[in-house]
Design a protein around this ligand. Structure first.
Ligand SMILES: NC(=O)c1ccc[n+]([C@@H]2O[C@H](COP(=O)([O-])OP(=O)(O)OC[C@H]3O[C@@H](n4cnc5c(N)ncnc54)[C@H](OP(=O)(O)O)[C@@H]3O)[C@@H](O)[C@H]2O)c1
Length: 265
């Protein structure tokens, strides 16, 4: 054994070098994003983009994914060597989520997954057509379940899965019934999965941001957004999510985005 001939510190350093995918200490300590390889889905989005930029700034290597190859390449050009690879996929397709995980792990072992892909639809339930219902439920609920199923097979101890749910999981909104149901279902799924994975020390972080100015509400798959109050800044929401990741937080309810941070004593 190599370790027999080395000091404890040297053994640990070499073990760490042999396990580049393991970015978190197994004692509940702080996640080192600097040695992480993170798959970001929805990386071309108003939230996924700033999350990817902040992860890259923290030193993480990234695989970025969405349906749009040209926009992914533009982000890859901007982030340079931080991007290991780009993967185009439609997550509503049955094999979409698993194919993205496979392509990401082909690039390098994965430490974590951040799912920021999603769509919204507006309108009364009687106007909700089948295509809209399918797209919202497939992308906002079924795809994250399939993604989790694929990811837990490859994530190491200390790994993480971040699912961007929404404030409507906590308080369903009229005119957004399918979206609210999908997000409430996702948050319930994440809670059960977090318990299932605790012993394996894979962290599931369910994130429920309030309305954020990403433009999502201006491109619904159906209907028209009601008048909405000014939303949060996408960059501030991304900063909060990446901070929660680095600090090993286990839940990000809507209040985490609006509460005033405690004044240091
Ligand atoms: N903005 C808000 O107010 C708000 C609040 C709470 C929660 N959220 C949640 O945050 C997440 C990100 O939303 P956002 O505001 O960043 O929206 P966005 O700017 O419209 O981004 C959505 C992302 O999802 C991707 N996407 C859409 N359909 C896809 C499909 N079929 N397959 C693969 N990728 C697909 C888009 O990529 P391509 O089009 O390039 O494929 C894009 O990267 C969503 O889950 C949303 O529900 C948003």
């Amino acid at each position: 054994m190599v370790g027999d001939e080395l000091s404890g510190g040297e053994t640990q350093r070499r073990a760490a070098a042999l396990l580049p995918a393991l970015a978190a200490r197994d004692d509940g300590g702080v996640t080192d994003l600097g040695s992480a390889h993170v798959l970001v889905l929805g990386a071309t989005g108003g939230l996924g983009g700033p999350i990817a930029r902040r992860l890259a700034a923290a030193g993480a290597r990234l695989t970025i994914s969405s349906r749009d190859a040209a926009r992914l390449e533009a982000i890859a050009a901007e982030l340079g060597s931080a991007v290991v690879t780009t993967v185009t996929a439609d997550l509503t397709r049955p094999d979409g989520p698993a194919s993205v995980v496979r392509a990401a792990t082909d690039g390098a072992p994965l430490t974590g997954v951040v799912n920021a892909a999603g769509v919204v639809a507006f309108g009364a339930v009687e106007n909700l057509d089948d295509d809209t219902l399918d797209e919202v439920l497939l992308l906002d609920l079924v795809a994250p379940v399939r993604l989790a199923r694929a990811a837990i097979g490859v994530l190491p101890e200390g790994g993480f899965l971040v699912q961007v749910s929404a404030v409507v999981a906590e308080k369903a909104m009229p005119g957004m019934a399918a979206y609210s149901a999908a997000k409430a279902g996702l948050t319930a799924f994440d809670a059960a999965l977090a318990s299932e994975l605790r012993r394996r020390r894979i962290r599931v972080l369910d994130v429920r941001p309030p309305h954020t100015e990403t433009g999502l509400a201006t491109r619904p798959v159906a209907g028209e957004a009601p008048r909405l109050p000014q939303g949060l800044s996408p960059d501030a929401v991304a900063e909060r999510i990446v901070r929660a990741l680095a600090d090993d937080e286990r839940d990000l309810p809507s209040t985490a985005f609006t509460a005033t941070p405690p004044t240091p004593s």
